[in-house]
Design a binder for this molecule. Structure first.
Ligand code: ADP
Length: 274
């Protein structure tokens, strides 16, 4: 790649949303959303319940039509071609207890070079799966039945599944509360590890403002429109959060002059309606 080509790639936003409007029923859910995500960022999309986060994510995935405005991913309009370069991790996968695949079998189906070995548990299959989804602690899970995993383990498998497609952009809906069981690596730490190792653009819908502050490189606060955006230290202050949430956010005061709602490691910020 020449320097010019490389610069051109850098200049292409991973996500570009312009004046996106979506009305669902009698609610104007998205009322002119604009965002431009630079490649390689770990972006957090925050906002109160009902602020349109899931709807925006559905627009990016081509699952929700815009009433007006437009969306481009990786420089292209939404469609099957560009969506092949995008990974998606859902909140959860509702699994029937009778869903009899093992983790290995489920993951092997994701790739042409492992699909063929579906009925043969070879070392090569495992190597390929582990190489393309590194750092998720997958190996001890491979032989386990998918339907017998804990919430946290299933999240790891879903992240792995998305990575097996070699995505350039990874979109994640916040995991359901309480997926982590004691001793399991925190979901957000896993995602931060994926972002650091693979350098891909990550967009995470999140309620966990403590994680956002520690891990995101850029934050968008949504409430029908983008209320504010910036680096976490710029956005995560009481004024910006009040603009997004419409409520007073009581920061966790580490010491009394803490300028921002910075939680102690692992202590969630609590939101209070005043
Ligand atoms: P968030 O993910 O931020 O909680 P959503 O995007 O799920 O917000 O929802 C935004 C708003 O749109 C909510 O008020 C919700 O009730 C409404 N909504 C979502 N889906 C539909 C639908 N299919 N029909 C009507 N209203 C909907």
């Amino acid at each position: 790649m020449t320097r010019g080509e490389s610069n051109a790639r850098l200049a292409t936003p991973a996500i570009e949303v312009r004046e996106a409007r979506v009305r669902l029923g009698d609610t104007d859910v998205l009322r002119g959303v604009n965002l431009r995500v630079q490649p390689g960022q770990m972006v957090a999309l925050i906002g109160p319940n009902g602020s349109g986060k899931t709807t925006l994510l559905r627009c990016l995935l081509g699952l929700q039509r815009l009433d007006s405005g437009h969306v481009r991913l990786l420089g292209e309009p939404i469609g099957p071609t560009v969506l092949r370069r995008v990974g998606y991790v859902p909140q959860r996968l509702p699994l029937d207890a009778s869903f009899a695949l093992s983790v290995r079998e489920f993951l092997a189906l994701r790739r042409p070079d492992t699909r063929g070995w579906f009925f043969q548990r070879t070392r090569t299959t495992d190597d390929t799966l582990l190489r393309h989804a590194p750092g998720l602690g997958l190996e001890p899970l491979l032989a386990r039945p998918l339907s017998g995993l804990s919430g946290g383990q299933l999240q790891r498998v879903l992240i792995a599944y998305s990575l097996l497609g070699n995505p350039e952009l990874l979109l994640l809906d916040e995991p359901t509360a309480g997926v982590d069981t004691p001793g399991e690596q925190d979901f957000y730490e896993l995602i931060a590890g994926v972002h650091a190792r693979l350098g891909i653009t990550v967009v995470l819908v999140s309620h966990d403002l403590g994680m956002v502050f520690r891990r995101a490189t850029w934050v968008y606060a949504l409430n029908g429109v983008i209320c504010c955006e910036g680096r976490p230290e710029e956005v995560m202050n009481a004024d910006s959060l009040k603009a997004a949430y419409g409520i007073h956010v009581t920061p966790y005061h580490h010491h009394h002059h803490a300028p921002m709602p910075v939680p102690a490691e692992g202590v969630p910020i609590t939101l209070h309606r005043r």
